[in-house]
Design a binder for this molecule. Sequence first.
Ligand SMILES: [Zn+2]
Length: 256
Amino acid sequence: MLQSVAKPESKLLSMVLKTDIPEVSEKNFTKAADFGATHSYVDSVQGSALDALKKAFSQFPVTVRLASSHKGSIVECLLNAELPGCSLPNEQDWVYVSGPWTEVGTGSTGGGVSGAPQSVVFYWVSLQNVQSYLKLNPLFPPVTNTDRLNFATLLQAVGIGIGNAAAHEMGHHVAYKFYIKMDCSPNQNSANACQPDSNNDVTDFEIEGGIKEEYMYVYPQIHWQPDSVCAIQQYFGGDDWRDANCTRSFKKPTHW
Ligand SMILES: [Zn+2]
């Protein structure tokens, strides 16, 4: 499933929805019950992920939506190193939500230097982090009303984590062309410390790795660093589109 945006975009795709293992891990995840056929569960995760990603970019001139695709022409497919008749995204920036197990963190972004950036966010990592950070391990299948409430809370949190991780990967898209401090650390003694906002808060989208708050909150509780706001405005709105707080260009020089 996923999301995407018109001028950035993101796509949440091919998510395998399984749950019911108290502490999901690389060793046991294939044994989890697949509830992908229960549409209300899928809709809950997808809706919560899309909502979080929309909020993350609500202050910028961009539309966030589910990704769409078209059948590419022979030339388009060859340019993308795909077979003729390939399916290509309609959006410029997109994020896949992936089902396979991974050890590479909440998400990853590649490409972007010579072609369009490609991002993936991992469903299992979000589920694993929700279970361990929030201690949410509801019974499955839910039987009582309490079970159902706990299970619904789990799905919401997994979706929030996916949406916030997708926003982080979008930050890496911006980083190809504009100065934005990605993978920063909340530790102010670190060489790559996150820039505090006016409330001295560093609960940022740009933080490297998962943090507990990423599964509990959406924007503005999780937010962009002050300088990132300018960089993202310029990425989506063009170099001239910026608010009164952005007094300089964040564009990186182009090297050929
Ligand atoms: Zn990152």
